[in-house]
Design a protein around this ligand. Structure first.
Ligand SMILES: [Fe+2]
Ligand SMILES: [Fe+2]
Length: 300
């Protein structure tokens, strides 16, 4: 086995999409979902998908073991200092999307979709349902923060469910048993119900575990409406948007805007189809849409 073939203990997912696949296992699409016939590939064999998912599950478990162990208050503060000052140069959003597309997933027998394909499928599903233009654009951009992987960040600091640090970890967080290895569980101040926060302080005052959500939110927040900012920042916060945990940290603004994260989530999870979108046809629409909200280049 060469070094290149050896599994990287810091990056147990052989394919970043295994995390997304596991989300669909945890939260299957309701049979009554109206978009099902339009956006689910009818040619896909359910059995193939299940076998593949079983193999992928072990790597997802290992991934969460690392994520839950290393996501501490201290880590989050350091990553925020490192990345949120946006010192990695200016790019147009298309340049950033094309850069993200160099992150190749090569082991998924289920689909051969690129990162841009997933983003376009999400955006197109939102557009097909007649949602506002800012939300279509949010669909296109929501995973752009995964460029963190291309900066050499480990998987556990880019993807995975996000959750507040600095207060008790909810048992509803996936694989919550792995938090026993997290050094913050030894700090009593961080392990009360409120931890370092106050009742109703608002999610904007909460340190979320570090990942692609917080990064894309910071890059784009000056240009998008608050609804979009909530979607970008919290789209992986499954403990809140699927399990309704951490309501005691919400303020009035969260109660008004957080429901948009719930509206968005099915488009992220269930718009995947093996039919790649036609980028050439769609490009003019998305060029217009991007220039409606963004300048030519923004800081990363
Ligand atoms: Fe995402
Ligand atoms: Fe996504």
């Amino acid at each position: 086995m060469t070094d290149a073939e050896r599994p990287d203990p810091q990056n147990p997912l052989t394919d970043l999409e295994h995390w997304d696949d596991d989300l669909r296992r945890r939260y299957p699409e309701p049979a009554s979902a109206p978009r099902r016939s339009r956006f689910t590939d009818p040619g896909k064999k359910k059995e193939d998908f299940r076998n593949y998912a079983a193999e992928a599950r072990e790597s997802v478990r290992e991934f969460y073991r690392l994520n839950h162990r290393y996501q501490t208050v201290d880590l989050v503060r350091r990553k925020r200092d490192e990345f949120l000052s946006l010192r990695r140069g200016k790019r147009s959003l298309w340049e950033a999307l094309e850069y993200l597309n160099t992150l190749i997933d090569d082991s998924d027998p289920d689909t051969d979709l690129s990162q841009i394909d997933h983003l376009l499928q999400t955006a197109e599903a939102i557009r097909a349902d007649g949602h506002p233009r800012w939300m279509v654009l949010t669909g296109l951009l929501h995973d752009l923060g995964k460029v963190l992987c291309l900066y050499g960040e480990p998987q556990w600091a880019v993807v995975g469910d996000t959750f507040p640090v600095g207060c008790r970890f909810s048992e509803k967080i996936v694989y919550s048993e792995f938090f026993r290895d997290n050094p913050d569980t030894k700090i009593p101040e961080y392990q009360t119900r409120l931890g370092i926060y106050e009742e109703g302080c608002g999610f904007s005052n909460v340190l979320m575990s570090w990942g692609h959500d917080e990064y894309i939110y910071h890059i784009t927040r000056d240009y998008l409406p608050l609804e979009a900012q909530y979607i970008l920042r919290f789209h992986s916060f499954y403990a809140a948007h699927r399990e309704n945990e951490y309501e005691y940290l919400m303020d009035d603004q969260d109660r008004e805007y957080f429901p948009w994260v719930k509206v968005f989530n099915p488009y992220d999870l269930y718009s995947k189809s093996s039919e790649p979108p036609n980028l050439e046809e769609l490009r003019p629409f998305y060029d217009d849409l991007i220039s409606e909200f963004f300048p030519d280049q923004i800081a990363f």
